[in-house]
Design a protein around this ligand. Structure first.
Ligand SMILES: Nc1ncnc2c1ncn2[C@@H]1O[C@H](COP(=O)(O)OS(=O)(=O)O)[C@@H](OP(=O)(O)O)[C@H]1O
Length: 342
């Protein structure tokens, strides 16, 4: 009996020792395992992109794209604007010379959806050989939804222009500012004499051999250009009448907002330019703008627009009126508009 008790105590002792050893081994192994796993996990380090943008794992704090003062913002905006596409014009002011084409261009370009080449490019008359890439380089960049427009009044009387414009785009919209051909001729002459003060008097240039009783000299530019029906018939071989808008040069002076309403309609634009944009400058005798692209203050067109005309002999004026009557009537028939010149 005593022997049995001693044996069982020995067994308990051995079992206790075995348990203690196995506990020690397990503990040591696990500690090594945990430390090796820890070593294999990368240290958490926030990535600093710049002082305003920090990446915490997948969380990105957004920072404003444009920062800094007003000047910086406008220059950055300009950068994006300059990335816009330069497009060939979808509408052209093709004439007529001295009709009021500059006024129309300056007035319509107030519209935010219109971008215009500032100067006359003379592509379809003088520079056609330079190609469409050359022409396009004169156009301002446009943003989506903006239309490009160019004006060169000599296109209307250039023989090849209708075909060339049609070749560029048969859907081109064509604006023609027309004015009483007698006043237009005097305006044309006034411009010419301002450059060559030694020119003969208007009255003697109007007639063959300079004599009032003689026939009208239709080869003289200021007279020839007023025969609108002749030039229009060339254009109508390439474009339907629906693609033209005939703007009254007279109405553009006494009621610019009304003509601009028609123009915006024709170009499919929202009505933006209206009577609030204009004021009448009594000194100049013409409508002027409160503000426009590039001018925040009220301003009129330049000195070369709205010149004083010389006083022309009454008899000569009547002869010219009679001369133009059949051409005007034909023009009214072609356009379906009576401009009231005769
Ligand atoms: N708002 C305003 N201000 C000044 N002038 C105006 C205006 N609206 C129309 N006009 C008339 O425009 C005439 C000049 O026409 P154009 O711009 O077509 O001339 S050009 O062919 O580009 O040289 C110009 O002709 P002249 O009066 O002979 O100078 C004006 O009668």
């Amino acid at each position: 009996m005593v022997m049995e008790v001693i044996l069982s105590r020995k067994i308990i002792l051995v079992l206790f020792l075995l348990t203690a050893i196995s506990f020690y081994i397990t503990l040591t192994f696990n500690t090594c395992l945990v430390s090796s796993i820890r070593k294999s996990i990368p240290r958490w380090n926030p990535v600093v992109l710049n002082e305003n943008s920090v990446v915490h794992g997948s969380i990105v704090r957004l920072v404003p794209l444009l920062e800094g003062n007003e000047t910086d913002i406008s220059s950055k905006y300009k950068y994006f604007q300059d990335q816009g596409l330069r497009q060939l014009p979808s509408a052209l002011i093709i004439g007529v010379k001295k009709g009021g084409t500059r006024a129309l261009l300056e007035f319509i370009r107030i519209h935010p959806d219109i971008r215009a080449a500032g100067n006359e490019v003379h592509f379809f008359d003088k520079n056609y050989v330079k190609g469409f890439q050359w022409y396009r380089s004169f156009m301002p960049p446009t943003l989506e939804g903006q239309q490009t427009i160019e004006k060169t009044p000599s296109y209307f009387v250039t023989k090849e222009a209708p075909k060339r414009v049609n070749h560029m785009n048969p859907s081109t919209k064509l604006l023609v500012v027309v004015r009483n051909p007698v006043t237009r001729a005097i305006s044309d002459y006034t411009q010419a004499i301002s450059k060559r003060p030694d020119m003969k008097k208007f009255e003697s240039l109007v007639f063959i051999n300079g004599t009032i009783g003689n026939l009208i000299d239709t080869s003289w530019g200021p007279i020839k250009l007023g025969m609108y029906a002749r030039y229009l018939s060339r254009w109508l071989k390439y474009f339907p009448l629906s693609q033209f808008l005939f703007v009254s040069g007279e109405r553009l002076i006494y009621d610019p907002a009304a003509e601009l309403h028609r123009v915006q309609n024709f170009l499919g634009l929202k009505q933006v330019v209206n009577e609030k944009h204009f004021y009448f400058n009594a000194t100049k005798g013409f409508p002027c703008l409160f503000k426009s692209e590039g001018h925040s203050a009220p301003h009129c067109l330049g000195k070369t627009k709205g010149r004083n005309h010389p006083k022309i002999d009454r008899v000569v004026l009547q002869r010219l009126k009679d001369f133009y009557r059949p051409f005007n009537n034909r023009f009214y028939q072609m356009t379906g508009i009576n401009f009231g010149w005769s």
